[in-house]
Design a protein around this ligand. Sequence first.
Ligand code: NAD
Ligand code: DAU
Length: 362
Amino acid sequence: MDKQPRQHKPKNLLVTGGAGFIGSHVVQRWVTGHPEVNVVNLDALTYAGNLTNLTAVEHADNYTFVKADIRDGAAVSKILREHKIDTVIHLAAESHVDRSIDGPMEFLDTNIMGTATLLHACREYWKDTAEGYAGKLFYHVSTDEVYGSLGAEGLFTEQTSYDPRSPYSASKAASDHIVRAWFHTYGFPVVLSNCSNNYGAYQFPEKLLPLFIHNIASEKPLPVYGEGINVRDWLWVEDHAAAIEVILRGGGLGETYNIGGENEWRNIDLIRTLCRIMDGRLGRAPGTSEKLISFVEDRAGHDMRYAIDAAKLRDDLGWRPSITFEEGLEKTVDWYLANSDWLKEVTSGDYRSYYARQYGDR
Ligand code: NAD
Ligand code: DAU
């Protein structure tokens, strides 16, 4: 099997989960940056998927939205054939760790069976086309959480053994293995990436940064799990979308690339920094927002530290983050403060947040 760098050129691109956080940035990037590519967004519109994330491109000639579930093989097959899909960027998933602890089965079903169903449908379609797998690519978007938890030292590389700890990360690890099995068994053309924590616009307000920005603005408590000493490596979501394009075009078939920001923060330090920025933006006296910090029971099985070695992506494909964390965090805060209508809209459906269930509507 060819593992050499290539120049993949999609014509008809299917993005799954394109109405979610990262997916909406990926869709916007391809629709606006590549008018020669037809972009089809397949999304089930769960609580985490919102078409308001895509108003900027909804009328573009090269954009189509289709509401469908990746677990529905017949629907997926029809979409692949109707739109002559040659390239898939697969992001659709249940993605929030706390929810996976509360309700693991949906995660296993969507992330494992959904991925397998999608792969199977793609193979059934692509293998029987005149050119077979030539010009085809299945890109699987995954997480650094598959590698487990680091101590104080070391970084995750592409060689790190898998050691997932939560139902979410175990389901993503299983999906990674299934994608690789299709490559090794069928010669099916895949590429994978495992990325660290993303932040930026359009992130559903259950994840740390948008939840805390919202809580600070509305003077609600900030529930810091455990002692707040867990470490995450933060990457601006648009830099993730850029990395996905670089890997899609030039990554070796069957290869995996780690993506990260070389930007480690202990949760409590990140939260204090956020509080300082928010005090400034909201015209509050320094120290006001920090008073909202409330240490709560730790997340079950809380991974201590994630940190990515992105040397392969940097050295082989030349990708680097485009902005500093300071710039990205300020842009992010400003976006959420300017888009309180978006927040109301995405939380208006049949949705009760993890925060509200745990801590009440205080
Ligand atoms: P998200 O929860 O914001 O969005 C997920 C999207 O998938 C939503 O639009 C949802 O409607 C859709 N979806 C869910 N189940 C579906 C189904 N059965 N059929 C079709 N669509 C379905 O997630 P995100 O944070 O944007 O993450 C996207 C992908 O990137 C996931 O695969 C996740 O594991 C991976 N990832 C996320 C991060 C991160 O920091 N957020 C980091 C690394 C990797
Ligand atoms: O590392 C990549 C992963 O990053 C992705 O695969 C996941 O989809 C994404 O959700 C994210 O997972 P985390 O669990 O790291 O993200 P979250 O925003 O939920 O939490 C970040 C850290 O903050 C984590 O250590 C838990 C802590 N936390 C989180 C919340 C929501 C709190 O202390 N309090 C909170 O209320």
